[in-house]
Write a protein that binds this ligand. Sequence first.
Ligand code: GLY
Ligand code: MN
Length: 462
Amino acid sequence: MFPSSIYKDRRNRLRNEVHPGLIFFPGNQEVSFNYPANTYAFRQDSNFLYFFGLDQPDLAGVMDLDSGKDILFGNDVEIDDIIWMGQQPSMKERGNQIGVEEALPMNKLEETLRGAIAAGRTVHFLPPYRGETIIQISELLGYPLAEIRNQPSDQLIRGVVKLRMKKDQLEIQEMENMVDVAWLMHTTAMKMARPGTLEKEIAGTIEGIALSQACGVSFPVILTINGQTLHNHYHGNILVPERMLVIDAGAESEYHYASDITRTVPVGGEFSQRQKEIYDIVLAANMAAIKAVKPGVFFRDIHLLTAREITRGLTALGIMKGDVDEAVGNGAHTMFFPHGLGHPIGLDVHDLEGLGENVVGYDQEIQRSKEFGLGFLRFGRKLQEHFVMTIEPGIYFIPELIDIWKTERKHTDFINYDVVESYKDFGGIRIEDDVLVTAKGSRVLGKPIPKTVDEIEAIMAE
Ligand code: GLY
Ligand code: MN
């Protein structure tokens, strides 16, 4: 946990964003897996972590915006709990760890919230994403279940986004450390990527690294020789020589900050000429995007710059044709690069996504596109210093999508379908880094992970 002053300061800054009334932050509960007492690994809610820091289940935080008082709700352990889980700090002590003076038992929470509502005061809360929390809020506030999703406080959502988007030094250090763990995960995977190895042997090994060096993975490992499927969680294939392995994986720190890195490597350690050609286009797009990152630039413009880089490369190879700007303007490149350039990263790997992608990534200056491809861009607005974003361009040959577009004769002015046919067995390539927006530009977080063809081939040869 960070020093208590950090949490106090965050809550005080939130007070400037939301008023009047109360803010209710429910912490997460344990969630059953296959029978009641067998639970998933506990993960605290990221907003609770940010403002109330405590990493145990069955807690809640309330900020009274009118009196300026914060209250921690939770029960002290009793002897039955101590027998199973050992002695625990008292709620009073836990409150002290996060700069909260008042601690009350859980059974006072309903009275506090209902009392406020009865007095005509607003209870602000964020959109819940777990069934257990939706039921808890419904029961505590007395709102019908079906209405809970419509009740979250817009003011609170915007306030939390404003604060959490900008990472301080301690948060950046956490993320930097997690990229260092990802370095070990990725370089280990690269060395294991030999013909005959099972995807799951590598996936299991790198998840083990995340568990032994951090708090586990920051999202389920994506590791596949079928990289044309963007989020492929199937790990049952055997590595074969002509394929590439896409490894999209990161670690989560003890304080729950994420890294999210993707590398694509040739099975066996040497890129073929055809793989190298496509790889270098994705690499150039990744580097051009990182170079373009700085405060005041629309992330959508960097996404489009990346799209042009990809289109230029594919045109040079004869896979695409025509004018690059026109092709991108028409969205022809989206057959090969259908997703967005990246997303904010922090306590959540897709940071703050639970509060609504459009509130996080768009504003009055820029609206989300409804077009295929650009519409998948989670974040389009201007970058600010202290944002941390992923930069993850890719080129994919998705046979099913190619067949549909070809049949529909889509963008035939810009796509050479005859050439594309010969790439249908290619797979996909993605290269992803975690990038801090600095005062004048950007900085890629963490220990550099092999990224050029030469660097990858060199480490795979070790
Ligand atoms: N690394 C997975 C994602 O960004 O969606
Ligand atoms: Mn990502």
